[in-house]
Design a binder for this molecule. Sequence first.
Ligand SMILES: Cc1cc2nc3c(=O)[nH]c(=O)nc-3n(C[C@H](O)[C@H](O)[C@H](O)COP(=O)(O)OP(=O)(O)OC[C@H]3O[C@@H](n4cnc5c(N)ncnc54)[C@H](O)[C@@H]3O)c2cc1C
Length: 244
Amino acid sequence: MRDGDHYVLNGTKTWISNGLQGACFAILAKTDPEAQPRHKGMSMFLCEKGPGFTAGRKLEKLGYKGIDSAELVFDDYRVPAANLIGGEEGRGFHNAVGGLELGRINVAARGVGVARAALDEATRYAQQRETFGKPICEHQAIQLKLGEMATRAEAARLLVRNAAEIYDRGERCDMEAGMAKYFATEAAFENAHEAMRIHGGYGYSKEFVVERLYRDAPLLCIGEGTNEMQRMIIARQYIQRHPA
Ligand SMILES: Cc1cc2nc3c(=O)[nH]c(=O)nc-3n(C[C@H](O)[C@H](O)[C@H](O)COP(=O)(O)OP(=O)(O)OC[C@H]3O[C@@H](n4cnc5c(N)ncnc54)[C@H](O)[C@@H]3O)c2cc1C
């Protein structure tokens, strides 16, 4: 709601990364709840913490503990109208969507990192650990896992590279970014799981890196749009690009 040269924000948003440590946030808020279509009633503001803008308690989570996660609370928070991004109401959704392609490529690249780390850890361990008189990497069952993991990691890397190149050329890449995000983060999840199994009992120990990869990987499938949503975005865009 506008009040003179300020806007007054009320509401909450949970699961905000660095919500506790962060001081300044980009906030998407409804400035015209009656607007049709509804996304035209949203605006984005740069908001600094202060009176009326606080963070709730730290949310405990499975992994990704290097960043804090918290709920942000707005209680009659007054933000100067000068902090309206773009200087015009109703452009907030446009601003947010504009960052999604890059955000998804970013998460996809992190997926490649986890998929690759899991592969590296598993490959190293499989050459060191011996059972039945030979390193486990010489057992066919382990080779099948490593072969799949290596292929997934490389395919994920190529999808991310493809999306990033299209983005850098300034072309539309929602489908390619969605493919990269979906595939690379599922690759991270699957490779982390397989690396844990290759480590046997030690995969369950906090003394080995694979335990952390196993806890970190699922978030990549959820954040920046769940992988269910990515597949729908890919399909819609694919259909649009291939009319009957
Ligand atoms: C650790 C962490 C950090 C986060 N950091 C941030 C942050 O910094 N900023 C921020 O804005 N958000 C952040 N989030 C929120 C995150 O983006 C959302 O949790 C995520 O987008 C999923 O939304 P949701 O939790 O509301 O799930 P929901 O939307 O409730 O989804 C639940 C399930 O239903 C499915 N689903 C929902 N709608 C549909 C549909 N239309 N069709 C088919 N399936 C559907 C989903 O795929 C999912 O499987 C964070 C979340 C976590 C866990």
